[in-house]
Design a protein around this ligand. Structure first.
Ligand SMILES: Nc1ncnc2c1ncn2[C@@H]1O[C@H](COP(=O)(O)OP(=O)(O)O)[C@@H](O)[C@H]1O
Ligand SMILES: [Mg+2]
Length: 787
């Protein structure tokens, strides 16, 4: 293959250039010190034309040169003068023409390259003319600004030059450009491009020079060191800006300044933040204080000081939304609507603080979201669980390392408005220790008289929380500090019955899981028995959280089958669950059918809902006193003692041999796992178990009981009636003894369950014992008859 310029390809010695580029037409003095360079000069001088080629090195530190280490476009030059020196040789060269490197032919004793000429096309015409004139103007300006004394006449120079390109190369070499830029000028493939490049370089130069002049003018006053640093930095930034080399800190500060200007801030906050910003501009970006202050200002800018959403107070729509999102919970919904009604009638009234109480998974959080949706408010939640340190709520002062705003302010920032619905989860799990009492801080937050000027330690500016709609949640009220309780409106969500869970699953959980797994509803059928089996054997909870998770697992498994190619729709039978969900997690709890003396069926209320627990009593012949086992709390122990004292005191009445109390001890055990149990409501069950063991009469296995007792024999009311009744029913127990004062709570029990169950309301312990231990009745009657 023959190249067009084949005849022009020639070999020349190479003089590699460090830190500079020789442009055609121009003269340049050079000193060659490296042995290879000296040899190249010698070789050039040996030929008639004294010609060599010069290529700039890509990297000046490179001493072992190869094709890759040189730019591929260079200049053919002739040596005009030469003089030996101690260091090597001094030469004066003149650039002749551009050449392209084809190949390095030899590297020892000097580099030798095959090159071909690279003439510029005769392009442009008027365009060249136009840019050229602009360049001349710019060049004049550069000279005026940079060397006012040197009287260089550009027009004269131009007249002497052999045309635009020669002039361009000349000016390019005068600008002191870095190698890459100068090389780019050399490599420009057309005249127009070369001139454009130069035009760009010159305009930058003009801008830099103008700025420098301007700064010099303003910086004439006496300056202390700090001011000078500041100005230098300004100068550097101005120059960087103009060169388009924005430095990131400057860009950040500009952005901050802009945002501060645009933010709608209270006057006091604006003043303070402007002070901080001015300070920030003087801090070196590398100092830690810089980051701290910047982060702080970003918070100020982002906080919704005056931004809020408009409330939608349409009660019909609100009811619709609450119903849409949640099954049942009629009473709670009603109370919520009442609150909204108050807000509507009296908009200036402070937003109410609601407290949703109930076991996990009963829908507290999602109710909160629903209320927010109904009101058209933003929703944010923050968990107070395990919070010991007041600073978590209120933030650390900025002087602390790693200081941050407290959770409340963070929540507000996330919400982006100052009137979100803020859900404070787990108020019952607030801790307290030497670092302060978060409950006290919370009190202030929830107090309408104080929260309009809430002060976060980090923010250090009052923030108005009075428009926030606070909702708190708790699993139990027992551990919520009293003053906090007083401030809240309590709404109780008790657990769900199996029917309710089934409905919730059908209407909400299953459709949601199907859509999350990407399964069309008609593709997967979950019959009621299947869902019931999941509820009964894969979950044990008052809410529906485990249920939702199990349904999620199930639908994902089925989705996998579809993904693997199955395309007919499926219906999952209860028996297939073992394959899909693994072995059943809970054995069907079953009521104990066999009634033996000493066992009573109690009902307890835990944070997770209601539970059946058996109280077992055994006599210890030759023993003494009462022994209690089964992880019982103090209150439960006390009720065991009270029960024994009561039975002992009424031994004669109950037909029990009083000698038993003197000659035998009793052991009371409450099995059912290692679950810690406490509370006074097992009193009736304790008394029943003891009466049963001392009298050798079994208590009915189909009867569960709950109630606190007093030594005088009264049965006092207890909490959690609905959960307890549902727990009994889950085990197939259909008869429940309750304190008489709890009769009013029966309405809470879902109707279906209520209809199936028999309730006995006991006013005194004897009422309960009679109902629980059938054998006692004749004896009690006998005793009564004797009296
Ligand atoms: N009555 C209900 N109707 C529909 N879905 C419910 C109901 N109760 C609970 N859920 C659903 O159960 C899940 C758990 O509820 P969540 O609000 O997290 O409970 P909590 O906050 O009380 O622990 C959510 O997906 C919620 O939507
Ligand atoms: Mg929750």
């Amino acid at each position: 293959m023959s190249l067009p310029q084949e005849e022009n390809v020639q070999s020349f010695p190479v003089l590699p250039l460090k830190n500079t580029v020789l442009l055609p037409y121009l003269f340049m003095p050079l000193s060659a010190g490296r042995p290879g360079s000296v040899a190249a000069v010698e070789a050039a001088l040996a030929n008639e034309e004294k010609t060599l080629v010069l290529f700039a090195q890509r990297n000046a530190d490179d001493d072992k040169l190869s094709e890759e280490s040189l730019y591929q476009v260079g200049t053919r030059a002739v040596i005009k003068k030469m003089q030996r020196s101690e260091a090597g040789v001094e030469v004066l060269v003149q650039g002749i023409e551009r050449v392209a490197l084809i190949k390095l032919e030899q590297s020892e004793p000097f580099l030798k390259a095959r090159v071909r000429p690279l003439p510029l096309p005769d392009d442009g015409g008027t365009e060249v003319e136009a840019i050229y004139r602009a360049i001349l103007d710019l060049a004049k300006r550069v000279l005026e600004l940079s060397q006012p004394q040197a009287q260089i006449d550009i027009s004269q120079l131009a007249a002497q030059a052999q045309g635009p390109i020669q002039m361009a190369y000349l000016m390019g070499s005068m600008l002191g450009l870095d190698v890459a830029k100068e090389q780019a000028l050399l490599e420009a493939p057309t005249r127009v491009e070369a001139l454009r490049l130069l035009h760009g370089y010159l305009s930058h130069e003009v801008q830099v020079l103008e700025l420098r002049a301007q700064i010099a003018n303003t910086a004439q006053n006496e300056m202390n060191k700090q001011q000078r640093d500041y100005l230098l930095r300004q100068q550097m930034q101005a120059i960087q800006d103009e060169l388009g080399e924005k430095n990131p800190e400057k860009a950040e500060l500009d952005e901050l300044r802009r945002k501060l200007k645009e933010a709608d801030l209270p006057d006091e906050v604006r003043k303070e933040s402007e002070r901080e910003l001015t300070r920030l501009e003087r801090i070196p970006p590398a100092s830690p204080d810089y980051q701290l202050t910047r982060t702080y200002l970003e918070l100020i800018v982002e906080l919704p000081w005056k931004k809020s959403t408009e409330d939608v107070l349409d009660l019909v729509r609100a009811r619709q939304i609450l119903d849409e999102d949640h099954y049942g919970l009629e009473e709670v919904k009603e109370r919520i609507l009442e609150h909204l009604a108050v807000m509507k009638l009296n908009p200036s009234a402070r937003a109410p603080i609601l407290c949703l109480v109930g076991p996990p998974g009963v829908g507290k959080t999602s109710l909160g979201q629903s209320i927010a949706r109904a009101l058209g408010r933003k929703f944010e939640r923050l968990s107070l669980g395990g919070m010991h340190d007041e600073a978590e709520l209120r933030g650390h002062r900025r002087t602390y390392i790693g200081a941050m705003p407290g959770r409340l302010i963070q929540g507000i920032r996330r919400a982006g408005v100052n009137n979100p619905l803020l859900m404070l989860d787990e108020v019952d799990k607030l801790g307290r220790d030497f670092r302060g009492d978060p409950a006290a801080a919370l009190l202030e937050v929830l107090d309408p008289a104080q929260n309009s000027t809430f002060r976060d330690n980090y923010l250090d500016q009052p923030f108005d929380l009075s428009r926030v709609f606070f909702i708190t949640t708790a699993n139990t009220l027992d551990t919520v500090p009293r003053p906090l309780l007083d401030r809240m409106e309590i709404l109780t969500l008790s657990g769900y019955s199996e029917e309710e869970k089934l409905q919730i699953a059908r209407r909400y959980l299953v459709p949601r899981q199907l859509s999350q797994s990407g399964i069309l509803p008609e593709k997967l059928e979950l019959p009621d028995e299947t869902i019931r089996r999941i509820i009964g054997r894969y979950t044990r909870e008052a809410g529906v959280r485990q249920l939702e998770r199990a349904l999620g697992r199930l639908t994902r498994k089925v989705a996998l089958r579809f993904a693997e190619g199955q395309d007919h729709s499926v219906s999952i039978k209860p028996d297939e669950l073992a394959n899909l969900l693994g072995p059943e997690r809970f054995r069907m709890e079953r009521a104990r059918h066999q009634a033996i003396p000493g066992v009573a069926t109690g009902l307890a209320w835990t944070e997770a809902g209601g539970e059946v627990l058996y109280v077992e009593a055994t006599l210890l012949p030759d023993g003494r006193g009462v022994r209690l086992t089964g992880q019982l709390g103090d209150v439960m122990r006390e009720s065991a003692h009270a029960a024994r004292t009561y039975v002992w005191a009424h031994a004669a009445q109950l037909g029990i041999d009083p000698a038993l109390f003197r000659n035998a001890g009793v052991h009371v055990h409450v099995p059912a796992g290692a679950v810690p149990k406490d509370g006074p409501s097992a009193g009736v069950a304790m008394a029943t178990a003891l009466a049963s063991i001392y009298s050798h009469l079994p208590a009915r296995a189909d009867t569960a009981m709950t109630g606190e007792i007093t030594l005088s024999g009264l049965v006092l009311p207890i909490g959690g009636v609905k959960e307890k009744v549902l727990a009994a029913r889950r085990l197939g127990i259909r008869r429940v003894i309750l304190p008489a004062d709890n009769e009013k709570d029966i309405v809470d029990v879902p109707e279906l369950a209520r209809r199936e169950m028999e309730f006995i309301f006991a006013e005194r312990i004897e009422d309960a014992l009679l109902a629980a231990i059938p054998g006692l009745a004749p004896r009690l009657q006998e005793v009564t008859a004797q009296v």
